[in-house]
Write a protein that binds this ligand. Sequence first.
Ligand code: SF4
Ligand code: SF4
Ligand code: SF4
Length: 421
Amino acid sequence: MPEGFGGRIPNCNAALCLNQRHRGAGCCRCVDSCPTDAIRLEGGRPRLDETLCVQCGSCTVVCPTDVFTQINPPEPTLMLTFQHLPPTAPLEVVCPLRSGGAESRAPVAAVVRHRRCLAALSVPHLLEISRQGERPLWLDDSPCADCPFGACHSLLTASVAAANTLLAAFGHPPSLALHTTHPEQLLPAPLARPVLDGMKPQLSRRGFFGALRQMGQERVERALTEEAPPMLRPAVAVDQRLPRRLPHSRKELLAHLSGLVIEDGLSQEAEIGLADLPFAVVGVDADACSACGLCSRFCPTGALHFDGPGVGALTSYKDAAYALDFQARLCIDCAICQVACPEEAIAFGDSLRTEQLLSARAESLVAGKMTACITCGAPVAEHIQPSRCHVCRQGAGKVTPLHDGAGLMTDLLRRSNEPRQ
Ligand code: SF4
Ligand code: SF4
Ligand code: SF4
C-alpha cells in the first residue's frame, strides 16, 4: 500500500448512514470514492479498514450525512493561509504528491501546496479560498492520472463544477479551473513561481489561534441569525419516530451561500440546473399521494415536513387536515423519500431558483383533508377512493412480506433488536 497523506484516520459514525435509515437507500458514495477500497458496506453499515486508509479525506467530503469526520483536518489551516494572501491575486493549489517544484503552467502569481489530496476540498472550502469568485483559482489535477489515489479525481471535478455553478447562479465569475478542464488557458511552458506552504499561515502563533477563534465565532453567528429549519418546529405524532439532523457540512454550505448574494437581489430569481449540485427538488403527484407521511418520516434532514394526525392520534379523522412542505436548501439528494413512498408519487425536478437555496420558508407540495381507512381505521387522504390506506390496499391485492413496501416494519423490527448506541 502506498504511503498516505498523514494525519488522523477519519471517525466512522455508521449510525448516520443513509442505508441504516432505509434499507432501500442504496447509497455507496463513500465506497466509490475511496481510492484504496478501505470502506466496505456490511449489511448496509459502512466499515472503515484503518490499515488501508491513506487519510485522503474523500469520504469526509462525499458522504451527505457526515458519517466520516476527522479531528484536526488540514483544510481550516489552508483557509487561514489563503486569508493572508492578496485577495484578488490568481493562485494555484497543488497536492503534496505533485513533482516539479516551483514551476507551473497555470497563469498565477504563486502556488500554494496543500497537505493532502485536493479532493478533500469541499464546495464551501472552494468558495472560501476563491473569495466567492473574486480570486481566479487554479487546482492542479494534472498528476491525478498517474496518482495511486487517482480515484479521488472525479470527486474533485464534481466539487469544482458545483462551486462554479453556484458562483455563476449568484452572478459571480466562475473562477475555479482545473488543468484538465481548461487546458487552453495554460501557459505553453511552465514558469517558476513562488511556492507557499498551505500549512503555514503568515501569522504569529497568537494571531493564528485568534483567527481560528474568530472564524468559529463568525460561523456560529451566521448560524444563529438564520431562521430555524423546520425540524426544530414541534413535530406531530407521525413525524416522531426517526430523528432528523441537518449535517454540519450542509450548514457550512448554506452559510457560504448567504455570502454569495449580490446586493441588487436580481440574481435570486435565476434558475440553476441541478446536474452538478448536491441539492434536489422534490415534486409530489397530489392525486397519487395518500398522506401516509412516510417520505417525511424517512427524510434524514427535515427537508420534507408532514403535518397531519398519526395513526391512533384521533378518534375520528373525518375532515382532519394534512400538509406536506419542502425546503430545497435542506435536501441532500438522497432519494430516500422516493424509495419510501408506497404510492410512487414522488419525482425530482432538474432545476431550482436561487431563492430556494436561500429562503428558510417551506413551500407547500400537497395539502388536503383526511378520512379513516374503511378497513383498519388509519388516516388516509380523502380523495383516495375507495378509502383504504396503502397497507390495506396492498394487503387486498398481492400479499407482500409484512405488507411493508417502504421497509418501515422491517426497519422497526431491526431497530428493536439492536443494542442502544
Ligand atoms: S456515503 Fe455516507 S450515507 Fe452513503 S453509504 Fe457511505 S456512509 Fe452511508
Ligand atoms: S476515502 Fe480516503 S480518508 Fe476515507 S477511508 Fe478511504 S482512504 Fe481513508
Ligand atoms: S427530501 Fe431530499 S433529503 Fe429528504 S428524503 Fe427526499 S431527497 Fe432525501
